[in-house]
Design a protein around this ligand. Structure first.
Ligand SMILES: Nc1ncnc2c1ncn2[C@@H]1O[C@H](COP(=O)(O)OP(=O)(O)OP(=O)(O)O)[C@@H](O)[C@H]1O
Ligand SMILES: [Mg+2]
Length: 608
C-alpha cells in the first residue's frame, strides 16, 4: 500500500502527544530566536523584583544565554514546578483580564527547556540554593548548589534538538543586534533597574550595553534612562509628553521632526510597562507626525501608554508583542492629539542637531595645523585648509548668482526675540538675523512655505480656504484615471480653495485657486496635486490625502528663493515664524532655520 496512491485512503489515527512534543511545539511559538529567549528570561527577572539584571551571551545567543538577577529567587521545592507547563506564581487563573506582571502563562521556562539545555540555579530568602537541569525535555532532580541569592538561568545550545530552527537563525551579529534591541526596550521600561548586557564570544567579556539604575521620581528617571539608551542627542531634542484621555494616560518623549530617522528603527512603545510592537500604535505615531515629516522620514519616540489592565488584552500574541485595546479609537486619538499638541507647543524649535551638523561641516580639519590669515602668503603653494568655508559657499550656489548683502535698518529691540533682528539677506534666499546670543540663518523659502501651510490649515479649521476665481478657467489635460481621481475628491478640494470641474473625458477645468497663493500657475499646481495623490495611493484616508495636498499647495504660494526682500518684510517673516506653531521645519521635515550661538561661532574661530 502506497500513501501516494490517491485511491486508497488511510484512516488517520488521533493520538495524544507526549509532554516533550507538546513543549517543543509550544517552544516554536514562544522562542523564535535567541532574542525571544532573552526577553522571557529578563521579564522573569523583572517580575521577580530584581534591581540588577545581567545578561551574558555568546555567539549571538546561540551557544549561551545566561541571565543573572537579584530577585526573590525560587525555592528548591518549587523548581520542578517552574519547569512544568502552565505552572505560574503570577496569576491564579481567575482573572485573565487583570494582568499586572510580564509573565502569566507559565510557558516560558518549559518552552526554553524544550529548545535548549537549561539550568536554573536559585536561592529564595531563608532557603538553601538549589539547581535543576533540563535537556531535550528530560528534567533532572533538584540538587544543592552555591548561590548567595537571586536566580541564574543558563540556556546553552539553543535549538540543538531542532536543527531546522537552527537553520533559520541569522548571523551572530544580527542575532546579537536583536538581543541588544530586546534588552534596551526592557531597560527603557524599567529605569530603576540596573541592566547589563555582555558578550563573551571567544572568551573575553565585552560590555555591549549598560544602564545603571536611575534615581529620583519616575519622570526624571525615565528621562535619564532614555538618555542612556537613546543617546544624549535624543534627550536634547525630545519633547516631554503627558496627556490623558478616556482612561488612557500617555507619557514619554517624542523627538522634534527635525530629529527624524530614515527608517522606523527608533520607535519604542510600551503598554502598561510592556514593550510592544503594535501596528495600531505605530500607525498612530506615524499619523501624528504626518504633517511635519515627509513620507521617507520616521519619527523617533518612546511612548508609554498606561491604563487599567482590564482595558487591554495582552494575551493575543505568543510573544506578547501585540495587544488588543477594548477601545482602540480612544488610544489612537490620545496618541495623535497628544503628540500634535506637544509638537505645536514646541513652536518653531528646530533640533539642536541641525546647528551641530552645520558647525561640524564648517569646522576646519582638526588634524591639519591651523593656518591663520597672516601666514597665508607662505602657505600659498599648499592646498587650502579652508575646506569648510570653500565647501559651504560652493555647494548649491552657481557662480553667476550674486552674493549681494542687503543692508537692513537696525531693529535692536527685536534682538531679544527668539529669531532676532534681520540684518541681511544673502544669496537672495537666506536671512541673517542677529539675536542676543548669536545669529540665526533662515531659509526664507522653507519658512514661508510652512507659514502658508499653517495658514491654510487654520482657514480649513474655520470655514474653508478662501478661493479666488480665475478670470478664465484653465483647462488642464491629463489621462482619464487622473481625471477620475481628482473628481472623486472634488468636494474636498473645493474646501481647500481648489475648484475643478470635468472638461471632457481627459481634461479638467480649474475655476478657483486658494486666495492665499496669489497668482499661481494653475496647471503646475494641479499637476503637483495629482503627483501627490498618486504618491499617497488609495490606502490613505481622505483627510490624510487632503493634508498632503495642502502641503503641496503651500509650496506654490511660497516666496521663492531668489526673491529680494526688504528689511521690514524680513522682520515680519521672523515674527510670523515665532508666532506660528511648527514653524521650525518645513513641510518636508527640513529645518527652516539654524541658530549659531556666539559661543559656537567663537569655537569655530578657535577663540575659546
Ligand atoms: N528569575 C526568576 N526569579 C524568580 N522566580 C522565577 C524566575 N523565573 C521564573 N520564576 C518562577 O517560575 C515560574 C515560571 O516561569 P515562566 O517564565 O515559565 O512562567 P511565567 O513567567 O509565570 O509566565 P510566562 O510564560 O507568561 O512567562 C514563574 O511564575 C516564577 O514563579
Ligand atoms: Mg515568564
Amino acid at each position: 500500500m502506497s500513501l501516494a496512491d490517491p485511491q486508497i485512503k488511510v484512516q488517520p489515527v488521533i493520538r495524544q502527544l507526549d509532554e516533550a512534543a507538546i513543549n517543543r511545539i509550544a517552544a516554536g511559538e514562544v522562542v523564535e530566536r535567541p532574542a525571544s529567549a532573552v526577553k522571557e528570561l529578563v521579564e522573569n527577572a523583572v517580575d521577580a523584583g530584581a534591581t540588577r539584571i545581567e545578561v551574558v551571551i555568546a555567539d549571538g545567543g546561540k551557544t549561551l544565554i545566561r541571565v543573572t538577577d537579584n530577585g526573590c529567587g525560587i525555592r528548591g521545592t518549587d523548581l520542578p514546578l517552574a519547569l512544568s507547563r502552565h505552572a505560574t506564581s503570577k496569576i491564579d487563573g481567575s482573572d485573565l483580564l487583570n494582568i499586572q506582571s510580564f509573565g502569566f502563562r507559565g510557558e516560558a521556562l518549559p518552552s526554553l527547556g524544550a529548545a535548549g539545555r537549561l539550568t536554573i540555579t536559585s536561592r529564595a530568602a531563608g532557603h538553601d540554593a538549589s539547581q535543576i537541569k533540563v535537556a531535550g525535555g528530560q528534567i533532572s532532580g533538584v540538587t544543592p548548589a552555591a548561590l548567595t541569592g537571586g536566580t541564574v538561568v543558563e540556556l546553552c545550545d539553543l535549538f540543538y534538538a531542532t536543527p531546522a530552527r537552527l537553520k533559520f537563525l541569522r548571523t551572530d551579529r544580527a542575532e546579537t543586534q536583536a538581543i541588544t534591541d530586546v534588552v534596551k526596550r526592557l531597560a527603557m521600561a524599567e529605569p530603576f533597574i540596573t541592566v547589563i548586557l555582555r558578550d563573551t564570544t571567544g572568551g573575553d567579556a565585552r560590555t555591549v550595553f549598560r544602564a545603571d539604575a536611575e534615581t529620583g521620581d519616575l519622570f526624571d528617571a525615565l528621562h535619564g534612562r532614555l538618555r542612556t539608551v537613546l543617546g544624549r542627542e535624543f534627550a536634547e531634542n525630545a519633547l516631554a509628553l503627558d496627556a490623558e484621555r478616556d482612561g488612557f494616560h500617555m507619557t514619554g518623549y517624542a523627538a522634534l521632526p527635525t530629529y527624524s530617522r530614515g527608517a522606523a528603527v527608533a520607535q519604542f512603545l510600551f503598554v502598561n510597562g510592556r514593550p510592544v510592537r503594535d501596528k495600531m500604535l505605530l500607525g498612530a505615531l506615524r499619523a501624528a507626525y504626518m504633517d511635519v515629516l515627509s513620507r521617507d522620514r520616521h519619527p523617533v519616540a518612546a511612548l508609554f501608554i498606561d491604563c487599567d489592565p482590564t482595558l487591554v488584552d495582552v494575551n493575543v500574541h505568543p510573544a506578547k508583542s501585540e495587544v488588543r485595546f477594548r477601545d482602540p479609537g480612544a488610544v489612537r486619538g490620545l496618541i495623535v492629539s497628544g503628540l500634535r499638541h506637544a509638537l505645536a507647543d514646541a513652536g518653531h524649535r528646530a533640533s539642536t542637531t541641525v546647528a551641530t551638523a552645520t558647525l561640524g561641516a564648517m569646522q576646519p580639519q582638526p588634524t591639519e595645523p591651523r593656518v591663520y590669515q597672516m601666514d597665508r602668503s607662505q602657505q600659498m603653494d599648499r592646498p587650502t585648509r579652508f575646506t569648510a568655508q570653500s565647501m559651504t559657499f560652493q555647494s548649491g550656489f552657481s557662480e553667476d548668482r550674486s552674493a549681494r548683502i542687503e543692508p537692513v535698518t537696525e531693529a535692536p529691540e527685536a534682538e531679544a526675540l527668539p529669531l532676532g533682528a534681520a540684518r541681511a539677506q544673502v544669496h537672495e534666499n537666506y536671512i541673517i538675523a542677529q539675536t542676543e546670543r548669536g545669529i540665526v540663518i533662515v531659509d526664507q523659502h522653507a519658512a514661508h512655505e510652512r507659514l502658508v501651510y499653517e495658514k491654510l490649515k487654520a482657514q480649513i479649521a474655520e470655514n474653508g480656504v478662501a478661493a479666488q476665481a480665475l478670470l478664465i478657467p484653465e483647462v488642464v489635460e491629463m489621462d482619464a484615471g487622473d481625471v477620475a481621481m481628482l473628481l472623486e475628491i472634488a468636494d474636498d478640494l473645493a474646501r481647500i480653495g481648489l475648484t475643478v470641474e470635468r472638461f471632457g473625458g481627459d481634461a479638467v477645468a480649474v475655476r478657483e485657486t486658494p486666495a492665499i497663493l496669489g497668482e499661481v500657475n494653475a496647471t503646475k499646481l494641479l499637476r503637483d496635486v495629482i503627483d501627490e495623490l498618486r504618491d499617497q495611493g488609495d490606502s490613505a484616508t481622505v483627510r490624510a490625502r487632503i493634508e498632503a495636498v495642502l502641503s503641496r499647495v503651500a509650496c506654490h504660494g511660497s516666496i521663492r528663493s531668489g526673491r529680494r526682500m526688504q528689511g521690514a518684510e524680513m522682520n515680519a517673516l521672523l515674527r510670523e515664524m515665532e508666532a506660528t506653531p511648527l514653524s521650525g521645519q518645513c513641510n518636508h521635515g527640513r529645518p527652516t532655520y539654524v541658530e549659531l550661538k556666539l559661543s559656537d561661532i567663537e569655537r569655530l574661530f578657535g577663540r575659546t
